[in-house]
Design a protein around this ligand. Sequence first.
Ligand code: G3P
Ligand code: CA
Length: 275
Amino acid sequence: MTHARQHRIQVVAHRGASEDAPEHTLAAYRKAIEDGADALECDVRLTADGHLVCVHDRRINRTSNGRGAVSALELADLAALDFGSWKYRGSLHHRDEEPDWVHRPEDPAETSVLTLERLLTLVADSGRRVELAIETKHPTRWAGQVEERLLTLLKRFGLDAPATSEESAVRVMSFSARSLQRIRAASPTLPTVYLMQFLSPRLRDGRLPNGVRIAGPSIRIVRNHPTYIERLKRAGHQVHVWTVNEPADVDLCVDLGIDAIITNRPRAVLDQLGR
Ligand code: G3P
Ligand code: CA
């Protein structure tokens, strides 16, 4: 199946422009917006004192100079840490020449822990339409609190339901059908995305959890099971694929009529798509 190039694929910056800047920091999201990304992906977790922060791992050890689980730390503990050095150091080791972005921003706020509230403010202040794909992480740990806090915050920013256009500027993603169910129960019009790492037998018929309209398969599923993707499309679902960094995979997504590409390198993907 070959789709025309004019099919407009949404380019989503995974954890921000996370190839170029430390993931889930203001620096990474600012760069993604500058790069022209259509949307920003971020993972959210609750701190011990109930703040939603943008952090992927359960623990902060990999992406900061601190240690411990996000759920055991308060926002003030996290705010005292540096979430940028690991990336800039690592990047220097892998480059012959030092690109501009390696020079870390002078303002420590650019590379400190990012609250979802701050990210929503960045998007609101960006002056253009930037969508958000927000992923709830380990929602069972908090028995509904992640979703509750998330919806409260979205409501405060007027993002909890479709506004002027057909689609809301925000969608909620999860590997947990239960988490998406909670979102749908509280906010039925907010788009939800069911993420899938592998294609389990119970998914093969192309059905998604009740009420979910968007499938979020890994690029591995897309490579190995293109007919499954076609089945999803025939069933009327949108398909948002992660994490697409290789040019050949971008071409494959175009050919299959994928709706959104979630990538660490939004500028490179936009260039490849001629945008
Ligand atoms: O966008 C979905 C993708 O981010 C899911 O995997 O581990 O990067 O959160 P992960
Ligand atoms: Ca994610």
